[in-house]
Design a binder for this molecule. Structure first.
Ligand SMILES: [Mg+2]
Length: 214
């Protein structure tokens, strides 16, 4: 028994994982993401979550005077995946701005479906986005070209907003809408920072293994 314990103690350092082994390999992660998207799995996950959001809306609309739906834009309503792929998953603000200016960002189809359902039920739809106020015109065009129309409000991050987290801005807008008498039944985003901070009855998190926004 004693000999066994000594052997175990000698082996222990070799069995422990080096810190680098806990980090996924970047090349392999990119390949995994590409497969996840090209196999249709990404779209299916979004469909499942948006269907839950729709079911909640449907079940909770009765008797609500000013029902509202809040959507984030990037990787929630629109997909920048073609840009990310062409940039090998890097991000450069100038290239992103040019991409938005081209206004050809495809929609996430199941979110567009949720949006259209909400409008058919007289639910007011609001976009709250981390895109800067300078991108307002091109973002409106981008949304329209993707099939979105007749939204009630579009809130872009003010140029003066310098907090490290987007939560303050996004929850602040939801609070403002609530103060105006809207009841936000559903809030959909791809980052937890789209959803934290309250002022929504329910929230739905779409998948995004590509980037993180605090
Ligand atoms: Mg987003």
């Amino acid at each position: 028994m004693r000999r066994f314990l000594i052997a175990l103690l000698l082996l222990a350092p070799a069995l422990a994982q080096a810190p680098s082994q806990l980090i996924p390999n970047l090349t392999l992660v990119k390949e995994q993401v590409e497969h996840w998207v090209s196999s249709g799995e990404y779209a299916r996950e979004c469909e499942t979550i948006n269907a839950r959001a729709r079911a909640y809306l449907e079940a909770n609309l009765a008797g609500v005077k000013r029902p509202a739906l809040v959507l984030d834009i990037d990787e929630t309503s629109l997909s920048n995946y073609p840009l990310m792929l062409s940039e090998d998953f890097g991000f450069e603000q100038a290239r992103f701005d040019a991409w938005v200016a081209a206004a050809r960002t495809p929609p996430i189809p199941s979110t567009l479906e949720l949006f259209r359902y909400a409008e058919s039920r007289q639910v007011a739809c609001f976009f709250i986005t981390g895109r800067g106020e300078a991108l307002r015109e091109s973002t409106e065009k981008d949304l329209r070209n993707a099939g979105y129309s007749d939204w009630e409000g579009l809130y872009l991050k003010p140029e003066a907003y310098k907090e490290s987290s987007i939560v303050g801005f996004k929850s602040g807008v939801r609070r403002q809408l609530t103060d105006q008498g809207y009841e936000i039944l559903v809030n959909v985003g791809d980052q937890m920072s789209d959803l934290e901070g309250g002022y929504a009855q329910s929230f739905y998190k779409l998948p995004n293994p590509m980037y993180f926004i605090p």
